[in-house]
Ligand binder design. Sequence first.
Ligand code: CDP
Length: 222
Amino acid sequence: MPGYKLAIDGPAGSGKSTISSLIAKKLGWTHIDTGAMYRAVTLLAIEKGINLNDEASYRFLESTYIHYDLDKIFIDNRDVTEAIRSESVTNNVSLVASMPYVRKQLVDLQQKAAKNGNIVMDGRDIGTVVLPHADLKIFLTANVEERAKRRYKENVKKGKEAQISKVIEDIVIRDQKDSTRKESPLKKASDAIELDTTYLTIEQVVNKIIELTDKKESNHGV
Ligand code: CDP
């Protein structure tokens, strides 16, 4: 299936990145976690001390090289994979991602990266804006308690202090911001297949999506 483009969208903690990465490994495709890119911009904006509400302050992106490769994210070749998961980044990323200028810069990068296909791209607006002609679009969901439980376990594994009630609150707030923003809100594309993963294992979701890609041949669209 040369040139295949697989778009995976969904709310916070729905398992997009984990599942997309596993699918890419199994199929020998490239995976791009676009959420990691928005997080990288947020990290850099915080480090630079700019006013996060001022769109013009994000012009530094013109001379910044953001790059996602093999589950790692780099800013000008600095590996920031761990740093982008900090609480301050998580708390501010929805604001940064609501800036049209930031979205324009990152969407350009994402579309270039997807050009040759054989790609799994995950995010919030992949099926609707970044790859509207993707060969297959998946919208992953899970109930909020399950999504919070997954995020909580991830945090504990990384040795981060966590409280389940706080994780639920963070997820609800971020979902609300992401789905109500003016610019490219989190939304299921009309031609996306919705998969509720609440009661499915990671393996089951991965296999289900691979099955769907097998059924849908590439149409070599953009
Ligand atoms: O925490 P989680 O892995 O679920 O989120 P993420 O995929 O790392 O994305 C972090 C944030 O980036 C989201 O809450 C959105 O505000 C923003 N985002 C976006 O606006 N568009 C995308 N395509 C991907 C992420």
